[in-house]
Design a protein around this ligand. Structure first.
Ligand code: PMP
Length: 399
């Protein structure tokens, strides 16, 4: 697998790079890099504007990528796939729609305590602006959601439930299918934040039953600045676009714009078409192996890392029933930032901090963790280096 990722042969501070920060961003496979380079070498033109060969060919590639994303998500129609700049923009786009078109004072939005700030702050702000009320599903100490509390929070005022599938801070895998069914029983719509899930779970929006689904390309090894908001067609059909500009009208009759059909009416301005093409290429690459097989590889390494952490006296933050992709850990007497810096001296890339999920960590009475997030290209053979790096780092920091 590593042969596809030349960056993984890099030496850092004299040691082979052990890249365990994949929850932040995944490295780009060589075939994806080549797709991007080849695009600029042979075929570049703006989409939906010009009729020359370069533009047409670029447009075909972008629309082929949309179809690849449709299949990847198990969506019914390519028109349900809106290209955005990433999860954050996807959620803000939906939040703007809810604010302008769908919410009234006293309506309720449910988010979970596990949300990344991108699926927390937009809803907090929308509630502030509209007089809607934000309800938060609490955590139990193991790092799972309190599902009894969730059921109690759902009322006939609940308009939308926003939940991450996989927590980026502690790795909890939420029972999104069950939670979606409950939300629908209460008459609410559901947004699933799939940013961390897409690399570790095969997605089928029909099976999940969700109404909206967001993710970022770079968590799958694309260029940055590309993401997706999936929305069910019958919902999107009835929504007014929140952003305005080129490429999103069919005609302008005097002062009356006739908005373009889906998906273009939600993609004002020049889209990140090369990003979209890189997303198509990244999904094609991942599909060669299958997401489930790739997730199993990552899980093997994650389990190995967990054993090493425990053997060195560390503890895991949360002990959720199902975990994917991420292990957050603490070592007594050692600050996570210091440990991340020390590990970097031995070539190990991990992340320390609150991981933009301060609410979740606060519920567990923690402000920062060391987060270790291996991916499918990491190998059990790396673990002795990690073990040694951890031992040396702890010795260094503890004097
Ligand atoms: N949600 C989750 C669960 C995430 O892990 C991230 C990225 N860390 C985001 C949302 C935001 O993604 P982006 O910064 O790519 O918009």
């Amino acid at each position: 697998m590593k042969e596809y990722f030349p960056i993984l042969s890099t030496q850092v501070n004299g040691s082979p790079l052990l890249y365990y920060d994949n929850a932040a961003t995944l490295q780009m496979a060589a075939p994806v890099q080549e797709t991007v380079a080849e695009h600029y070498r042979t075929c570049n033109g703006n989409v939906h504007r010009s009729s020359h060969a370069m533009a047409r060919s670029t447009e075909e590639r972008m629309e082929a990528a949309r179809e690849t994303v449709r299949a990847f998500l198990g969506a019914e129609h390519p028109e349900e796939i809106l290209f955005t700049s990433g999860t954050t923009q996807s959620i803000n786009l939906l939040a703007r729609i809810y604010e302008d078109q769908l919410l009234h004072p006293g309506d309720e939005i449910v988010v979970t305590a596990l949300e990344h700030n991108s699926n927390f702050l937009p809803w907090l702000e929308v509630c502030r602006r509209t007089g809607a009320v934000l309800r938060v599903v609490p955590l139990i100490p193991e790092g799972d959601l309190d599902l009894d509390a969730y059921a109690q929070l759902l009322t006939d005022r609940t308009r939308l439930v926003c939940m991450t599938w996989v927590s980026n801070a502690i790795g909890t895998v939420n029972p999104v299918e069950r939670m979606t069914a409950l939300a629908h029983q209460a008459g609410a719509k559901v947004l699933v934040d799939g940013a961390q899930a897409v690399l570790h779970r095969s997605v089928d929006v029909a099976r999940l039953g969700c109404d909206y689904f967001s993710f970022s390309g770079h968590k799958l090894g694309t260029l940055t600045g590309i993401g997706v908001l999936y929305g069910r067609q019958e919902l999107l059909d009835n929504l007014h676009p929140p952003f305005f500009g080129g490429g999103m009208i069919s005609t302008l009759e005097g002062l009356h714009p006739n908005y373009a059909p889906l998906p273009y009416r939600f993609e004002a301005g020049t889209p990140n078409y090369v990003g979209a093409i890189s997303l198509g290429a990244a999904i094609d690459f991942l599909n060669r192996f299958g997401i489930q097989a790739l997730a199993a590889r990552a899980e093997t390494v994650l389990n190995g890392i967990q054993s090493i952490v425990l053997a060195h006296g560390g503890s895991t933050v949360g002990n959720p029933q199902i975990r994917a992709g991420v292990l957050s850990v603490l070592f007594p007497g050692v600050h996570p930032y210091d440990l991340a810096c020390a590990l970097d001296q031995f070539g190990v890339a991990v992340r320390a901090g609150h991981h933009c999920a301060s609410y979740a960590l606060a519920q567990l009475d923690i402000s920062e963790t060391l987060r270790i997030s291996p991916a499918f290209y990491n190998e059990p053979e790396e673990l002795p280096q990690f073990d040694q790096a951890l031992e040396r780092s702890l010795r260094l920091l503890r004097g």
